[in-house]
Design a protein around this ligand. Structure first.
Ligand code: SF4
Length: 365
């Protein structure tokens, strides 16, 4: 097994109480069975508080949320009391992993049907085919469980997870819905490189189709990061190589019809009805990195659906939508662009349902 990840991956550190869009607010987080058992054994008053903060009534135990949507273990200072009291090792799998995701390559060699796409993030229809896809890791309150992922983990624990074993090539990444991950990914001035973080020496050869998909993705990501070429030209060329033109449609309206999480996203979509302003050259790097991130994360889904053209078009469409959102904001700065990208990620690319809807629309005449 090889664990591959972008060069920024090991640099990620959660900014905890400094985070403005904390993943500890508004998300019901499933607790894995091993951790749930450990929590039962925590002694004293803290153990009582911890166990009272867990709701065992559903299919999976989850941390209770307070009336304001904050996780019951999040203290007023914005820190997790599990960490302040017991240390990071006490976190359940989902909390320890977020915002990391993984994609598995070489399914044919390990006896799984090609399940596609990413991360241990999954749609209900494929959940049962994934080795690490038990249940929905986390669900945004009030939403169907389509978004967010991650069965992903820090490199240091990857080899201890059952879902990392047996796959010739496992790719890790950081999800853009985390504001610190978004900052790290989108501000990087140098082209993204892939690092081998773990290699157990086992045969990691992929079949011809997977190798071809890897090669296509490498070409597109390299092209996207050639900053001497105007961004629009790069996007056009990536789209052309993908082979599926984006149809002329009322895309803002189509996005409005998708599942949505946050009213701020409605406001962002509404802004598209206003004037479009010229984009600052300072946005070139974050926008190109955004597209490269999407290609890295979402093209592996073609192992399942074989829709390379659609997935490439989805990445370009997403980047064009982000550009339009930036252009709708007078004087849009790189920081504004990063925040819009974070929102786009949470609303669109963390939702299998929304991605599927966009892929279907891209293929409409
Ligand atoms: S969103 Fe990212 S930076 Fe913010 S609390 Fe979660 S993991 Fe930490």
């Amino acid at each position: 097994m090889k664990l591959i990840a972008p060069d920024y991956y090991p640099e990620f550190r959660c900014i905890a109480d400094k985070c403005r869009h904390s993943c500890c607010i508004g998300w019901e987080i499933d607790i894995d069975p091993d951790t749930r058992e450990q929590y039962r054994r925590v002694p004293g008053a803290f153990g009582e508080r911890l166990n009272a903060a867990i709701d065992d009534s559903g299919e999976y135990p989850v941390f209770r949320l307070c009336a304001d949507g904050r996780c019951a273990m999040l203290n007023p200072s914005g820190l997790c009391d599990l960490i302040t009291q017991l240390g990071e090792s006490a976190l359940c799998q989902i909390c320890a992993d977020h915002p990391r995701f993984r994609n598995f390559w070489g399914q044919s060699k390990v006896g799984h049907s090609p399940t596609s796409d990413s991360d241990c993030l999954q749609s209900p229809s494929v959940a049962s085919t994934r080795p690490c896809a038990e249940g929905w890791p986390r669900t945004k309150v009030g939403q169907s469980p389509t978004s967010d992922s991650d069965c992903l983990q820090s490199p240091s624990v990857a080899s201890t997870r059952p879902c990392a074993e047996g796959w010739p090539r496992t790719e890790g990444g950081l999800g853009l819905c985390c504001e610190e991950a978004a900052r790290l990914i989108l501000t990087r001035e140098t082209p993204m490189e892939l690092l081998t973080l773990e290699d157990d020496g086992a045969d990691d050869a992929l079949d011809e189709e997977d190798e071809a998909l890897l090669a296509i993705r490498d070409t597109l990501i390299t092209l996207m990061q050639e900053h001497d070429t105007p961004l629009q030209e790069r996007l056009d060329e990536v789209l052309m190589l993908g082979g599926l033109p984006i149809p002329e449609m009322n895309w803002p309206q189509i996005y409005r019809e998708l599942e949505r999480l946050d009213p701020a996203w409605d406001a962002a979509l509404d802004s598209l009805a206003g004037a479009q302003h010229a984009l600052s050259p300072a946005l070139d790097v974050p926008l190109a990195n955004f597209c490269a991130y999407l290609l890295y994360r979402h093209l592996p889904g073609a192992m399942e659906d074989e829709d390379v053209p659609g997935r490439v078009a989805f990445c370009v469409l997403s980047t064009r939508m982000l550009m339009a959102l930036c252009a709708a904001k007078p004087g849009c700065t790189p920081e504004d662009c990063i925040d819009l990208a974070r929102m786009y990620s949470a609303e669109i690319e963390y939702s299998e349902e929304n991605i599927a809807a966009l892929l279907d629309t891209l293929w409409e005449e």
